[in-house]
Write a protein of this length. Structure first.
Length: 96
């Protein structure tokens, strides 16, 4: 299966985002830097769980990325995409 135009850039962005999530895990006390999770999803989880860093970062991330992507609640949407396995290859999305 080949990528459609622009899909390569999207996949690179997601990969860089996931690398950033693992890299900055020290800010979360060195825990929870899952390789398959985006930073936005992790920010949402942190805010949902009442952690200060998530509560601090979620509003500006939502505004910036929400503006460029044209959707509100960017971090929550990123979390839901992770829950739905939307960033995985299609054959990995179905769970037996």
């Amino acid at each position: 299966m080949s990528f459609k135009p622009g899909q390569w850039a999207l996949q690179m962005g997601i990969a860089i985002d996931q690398l950033a999530n693992v890299t900055v895990s020290i800010l979360w006390g060195g825990s929870g830097g899952w390789a398959d999770e985006t930073l936005s999803s992790r920010i949402y989880r942190s805010a949902r769980d009442g952690k200060r860093i998530g509560l601090f970062l979620m509003p500006p991330v939502d505004v910036v990325f929400g503006f460029f992507q044209g959707v509100p609640d960017h971090c929550k949407n990123a979390y839901l995409k992770e829950r739905n396995r939307a960033n995985l290859p299609p054959e990995f999305r179905e769970v037996a």
